[in-house]
Each structure stands twice: as C-alpha cells, then as structure tokens.
Design a protein around this ligand. Sequence first.
Ligand code: 8X3
Length: 260
Amino acid sequence: MNRLVGKRVLITGASAGIGEACARAFATQGCDLVLTARREERIRDLAVDLAHDNGVDVRGYGLDVTDRQAVASFVRALKEDDLLPDILVNNAGKARGLDKLHEGDIDDWEDMIDTNVKGLLYMSRDILPYMVARDSGHVINIGSIAGRWVYPKGAVYNATKFAVWALNEGMNIDLLGTKVRVSSVDPGLVETEFSEVRFHGDTERAKAVYLDTEPLTGDDVADAVVYVANCPEHVDVINLVVMPTAQRHAMLLHREKSSP
Ligand code: 8X3
C-alpha cells in the first residue's frame, strides 16, 4: 500500500549518491520534493528531470547545511511558500580522511562534524517545531554502521555517526506522546562518491574499496528509506541496518579473490 502519494519530502545532500537515489525513489512513489545540495546547478537540473519524469512538484535549492543562518532562512522561506515537508531525510553527510587519530587532519574533522552532526541538528531544529505543531511528520536520519562499530582510522567519522545514533534516539525520546516519528537508516558499504570524497579525490584508492566485492547501491538504501517512510503512522522504525550480503560487520567484508 502506498501511503506516500502527495506527501512532500525534503532531502538534504540530494545531488548524488544515497540522497539522489532517495529523491528518485520518492518521486516514483508520487511524492513532491524539496531537494537541497551545495551543488546548486546539479540539484536544479535533477529537480527539473524528476518533475518532468514523474509529474510531481520538485524544487531544487543550493544549500550548505553547515551554514546555520542559511538553514534558518531556508526553512523560513519554505514556511512562507507553504512548502514545509511531511518527511525530512537528513542525508547530507561525508567521511574525510582515514587516519589514526594522532595523525588526523583537523580540517577533515571539522568538515565531518559540521556536516554530519551540526548540519543534521540545524535542519532538525528548524523543521521539527512545525511537525510538532501539526502533530505529524517523519524525520529519517541517514546513519551508518560506522555509528555501531568503530573501525581502525575511522574514529572521528565513527564519532559523528555515533552522534547521529544518539540524536536519533534522543529525538525519539523527546517526541514521545506526539505522532512525529524519527528513524535512522544505517547502511554498510555503499558504492557512491563516498570513498572519493573520503580520499580527497583519489579515485584509484576509492575504487579499491569496492574491489572484488558487491556493495550496496544508493537504490538499495533508498528502498529501505521508502519502506520506513511508508509504514503506517502508528509504526516507528527506530533503526534499520542495511548491509551488503558480502559484509556482516564493519570489519568483515568478503572479497571474491582475496578472502578464504
Ligand atoms: C559508510 C559505511 O563502513 O564505509 O558510512 O564507514 S563505512
């Protein structure tokens, strides 16, 4: 049963990867979309394509979720234009670097903490009061298995995703007694621009992450997000972990050629 037709979904970081896949999936379900990304031209082009292909209303905006004032004025404008979402997908996030903590680049840390933690907080803080006032709405946070298991050289990225885990739980606790739901979808290895961004554009190193194994695609994660969003209002999927069959733990990945 499709409970999503006509709902408006706001997705951050929607110009590529999991965010773009979610945009495509929700458009296919008949949802209207508000898409944001730092890459303004790309998000506007995607909005035009999705609106054309699916007959839904799609708006694309350039927005950096780490800019607190920009997020606040963006949400104010949504309110004025009657474009507040029924569903918020806090997707914007990234890993930067893979280093031992005592050798890490502090600029990488700032980037991850600002985007993965503060960006999610800014957007949630500004959108949630409207959901609470309507006593309806759904926040879906894109977490990670990196928020369940710490792995070598990942400590700061892990810490940001553990924070997402905690914020997801905290929002649920604070919203007890309302009909506003909060869920996290926590993927394992997904082949997107993620590794290229983590390795600062080193495409060879990024490709090696996915070598001889079968990672998730953005579409696999989007399927899970749509499932979570489509549950009846009395059902709140608090956390949904989605892993490739070839991966059973952050530290256990089967590669066809190199694994026993
Ligand atoms: C992405 C999952 O294990 O590559 O968040 O960090 S992992």
